[in-house]
Unconditional design. Sequence first.
Length: 539
Amino acid sequence: MSVFNKNFFGVDEKKSLLAIAVYTFIFFNSVHFLGIVQLNAGRFNYNIYDWSALVVAITVVLLALILAVKHRFSIPSRHYFPWFFIGLVLLFAALFVREYFGFLDINSILYHVVVGMDGVQLDADIYYVGGSIFIALMSLSLALYNLGKYSLQVRKFLNLLTLPMLLLNPVSLAYAKNIMIDVADLAPGRGIYKAVEYIAPIRDERKNIIHIYLESTEHTLEHITDSQWAMEPLQRIASTGFQASAVRQVASTGWTIAGIVASQCGVPLVYPSLQRLSWHNGNPSFLPGVDCLPDILEQSGYTTVFARGFNLEFAGTDSFLNSHSYSRSIGLMAHENYVDRPKNHWGSYDDDIYRFAIDEINQLARGDAPYYFTLTTNGGHFPNGHVSPSCRKGTNTEWSHIDIVNAIACTNHLTEEFVRELNQRGLLENTIVVIQSDHLLMRSPLTPMLDKHERVNFFSIIGDGVKPAISNKEASMMDVYPTILEFAGYEIVDRKAGLGVSLLSEHPSLLEQFGQVTVDHSLVANKELSVAIWAAGDP
């Protein structure tokens, strides 16, 4: 006899059971779709998600059948507050961040929530991943809510699950782990943090500085079979000058503006409190308690210029530039000479930003003042990168089945061509070129392979007076700041700036003193540090 025989299940039971089954079916297929999307992008094996969703779906349907057999669906339904929904929301939110970005950084999330995502067009993956997770969350919640309406015991059980879901949330687990970790005292005046003190080079010895941030192009890519060839242009450049092999990523330095702040200011991008997040894009009060690289250079008579392919407003970059002595800043996608050029969803392609940079540096070189010119690329942006049009015309001799590798190879090739053209035009005289990744590559098809290695950022300096050398010093992006100053001819007191220690010095870096775990926790937990760097005046 069919279980749906009218003598066994009434009409109300059939409807309720069918509704729960439909919600559960939608939940399972949403999770399965998430796996399909990610697998198509060449990422991970998502069988664990499918099996977990299947277990949950079967459990819910079996529980619904039990209630139907007991004729619980025939009694009047009772509406109630689904406390379990709070636990599910936080759990699925953490899942979204992990699946899209590949890591969970609370400071990064808070930062972008406050400053917004204006200025760029988000890639399709974020909608696929976010949509799948949202539908899975809502359909599972509706299925569970309908179960609870007809059974007090089920209702109590579901709401009791709220506590373990909150406790087992990745954010909660991270905080619980941090409770047992020592906190290094990083506050100014306590011996570790040191506001930069320096003696500037004499006027005739000031060197021009060209600073290139390569989006996500970490040093670890050299160790991956699929991407080794893409890093060869950078290897050729770095072999002519100074290179660092162990620049790790520490907390609150793992996204572009945070990487820029760490490498130009020697501090992480952390906040003293949520109240301090009330500033808006364009507000010239970004880290007012810190003297950054362009501040020092401007005081020494440098012309300071910043350029990138997309809007300056994105991620509060304009606030940083306005607050720290950049005399000129360009978002190329809005530049009159490039507004009609091809664009990706981040803005102008890297071949255009390098084309613009050549012209700009040529103009700066004609002036009387030394210059500091900073540019950022976007070709290596996760998850799949953006190959510049000039590369698609056969510039590269190799081609990979992994899109992000082609994009990184293209930008690296353009970087080598850029340096070569600077040299041919005589623009490298009395000039150093800093080439670095802004942060580690986020979630991409390469992540499983990269995670098998100790992941480190790319950092190299070439140019006038820079001899070939390799530093194996355990360092972070904050150590880049004093290192650049020393290569530019500045004499730094104690060879420290902020929390950074020059890679040319014998002083131990923050990572060498305390280790990665303690440093990560201390950067986020040390409120006095964050208050000081956001306070007006010297820390």
